[in-house]
Design a protein around this ligand. Structure first.
Ligand SMILES: Cc1ncc(COP(=O)(O)O)c(C=O)c1O
Length: 479
């Protein structure tokens, strides 16, 4: 079996923070002898205590940070099939464009006349996003998909307020992304769940029973979090429009449909897309770089002129340059090919691991990602989805998302993305099958995993709730 990129301990054992390498008198710098009269720093500006920086040689400093970078796993290291995150390989051409000095060194306060090229890019990108989604206007301000949702919800609220009643509720299918109900709440609405059918699609009859004239709108994630393309979109939009509601398209997963179908053609009023993960910036905290999306919205003719600012200046400009570069070097045919490959790769991988990890909702076929279940393996061998994920790390791969969506028992949500080759997909599938075989023959191996990673199994809830990302001299254990 071919292994993925190894995630291994690097460097000497026992090395922790850069402070562990410090020795009195060592330094990573040297200044030439002073050849001018020394000047005293004014008393008011002198620090009372030394800054407490570690005394480390340049060599040790470089080795320390290089070692840390080699312990990391990212989209430049190997497949990162984290369902719902589209962690794909990002072409370096987009990086080169964003790093061009004319873009990277722009100051947000410099006069418009000196930033015409940058403004033109934003204008062209807005036009391209409107073309891709079939919307009439777009804002590039929201700095994340969730903020795009909030922006859309505030537009929805402003629209209804102008008509005399902001209304009270927003309908959200239980297969929606988790940020949807949170955004509805932040937008001042009560989120009302719409149940799914046994096939994992919106229960349209139940929806018809939930609408009334207090419904401001419905938010539809499509493909939904089960990776399925909703089949009854025309009926769904008609039911909501009939009571005067607006229909919102969560298009964060646009890489599944772009170039093939457009929310505007399907009757949606407001759309957001995650330009970071759809195009060429890894997804925020889950990725090796900073990732910030933006949104695109259709303002109806009677929509208010402004809901105010969602972000300073023009949003996250570097991410927008990457998106622009990606859209234009692919062209419309290329973007269509991207979505074709995203769906093909997901279906290929789903079929390759089907025997051990069956699809939770096998009909219709998944789009760009799929949700498999380890529930059978748990019953058979007492090994859970989390154990499989940890073992996959030992086998050299980043695991899939686990335990999301919540409606699936022992969920494993896999999104291989369009950028992976057949060999990589085969390697990942082989690792998953090997983990399943080991679960049956030696379940403890999986309960112990990972054993080769830089850290063993973490208390993830504690790590998430008690983040400690900086070193402080006064923190317990740091004396
Ligand atoms: C369907 C869907 N909606 C919304 C979001 C939220 O986007 P962000 O994490 O950028 O806030 C995501 C995240 O990937 C998503 O997959």
């Amino acid at each position: 079996m071919s292994l993925g990129a190894p995630v291994r301990r690097q460097g000497p054992p026992g090395a922790g923070t850069v402070r562990d390498l410090a020795q009195p008198g060592r330094a990573a710098w040297s200044f030439p002898d002073l050849d001018v009269e020394p000047t005293e720093i004014p008393e008011a500006h002198r620090r009372r205590q030394a800054p407490g920086l570690p005394e480390v040689a340049e060599r040790d400093l470089v080795r320390h940070y290089t070692r840390l970078s080699q312990m990391n796993y990212g989209v430049d290291t190997g497949i990162y099939p984290l369902g719902s995150c589209s962690m794909k390989y990002n072409p370096k051409l987009a990086e080169v464009a964003a790093a061009a000095p004319g873009f990277a060194r722009l100051h947000p306060l410099q006069p418009d006349a000196t930033a015409q090229g940058a403004l033109e890019i934003l204008w062209r990108l807005e036009a391209a996003l409107c073309e891709i989604t079939k919307m009439t206007r777009a804002t590039l301000q929201p700095p994340a998909g969730a903020c795009g949702e909030l922006t859309g919800l505030l537009i929805m609220r402003a629209h209804h307020t102008e008509l005399g009643n902001p209304r009270r509720t927003v309908l959200i299918p239980d297969s929606a992304h988790g940020t949807n109900p949170a955004s509805a709440r932040l937008g001042g609405y009560r989120a009302v769940p719409v149940p799914s059918t046994k096939r994992g699609l919106v229960d349209v009859d139940a929806l018809a029973g939930l609408v009334n004239d207090e419904v401001a709108g419905l938010m539809l994630t499509n493909p939904n979090t089960l990776g399925l393309f909703e089949e009854d979109i025309a009926r769904i939009t008609a039911i909501v429009h009939d009571v005067g509601g607006l229909v919102y398209y969560d298009g964060a997963n646009l890489n599944a449909i772009m170039g093939r179908s457009r929310p505007g053609d399907m009757g949606f009023d407001i759309v957001h897309i995650n330009t970071h993960k759809t195009f060429a910036t890894p997804h925020g905290g889950g990725g090796p770089g900073a990732g910030d999306p933006d949104g695109t919205f259709r303002m109806s003719e009677d929509a208010p002129r402004s809901i105010g600012r969602m972000h300073g200046f023009h949003g996250n400009f570097g991410v927008l340059v990457r998106a622009y570069a990606y859209v234009f070097f692919h062209g419309s045919d290329g973007l269509q090919e991207v979505s074709e490959l995203a769906v093909l790769n997901a279906n290929y991988l789903a079929s390759a691991i089907l025997e051990d990890f069956p699809l939770a909702y096998p009909d219709p076929r998944p789009m760009h990602e799929f949700v498999a279940t380890a529930a059978g393996l748990e019953r058979e061998a007492g090994v859970r989805a989390m154990d499989v994920a940890k073992r996959v790390i030992d086998l050299g791969y980043h695991p899939s998302t686990v335990y999301f969506p919540l409606v699936v028992e022992e969920a494993m949500m896999v999104e291989p993305t369009e950028t992976e080759s057949k060999e990589t997909l085969d390697g990942f599938a082989a690792a998953m099958r090997q983990a399943a075989a080991e679960a049956r023959s030696d379940p403890d191996l999986l309960h112990q995993a990972p054993v080769t990673a830089p850290v063993r199994r973490l208390d993830e809830a504690r790590a998430a709730r008690h983040l400690r990302l900086t070193w402080r001299a006064d923190a317990p254990g740091n004396d």
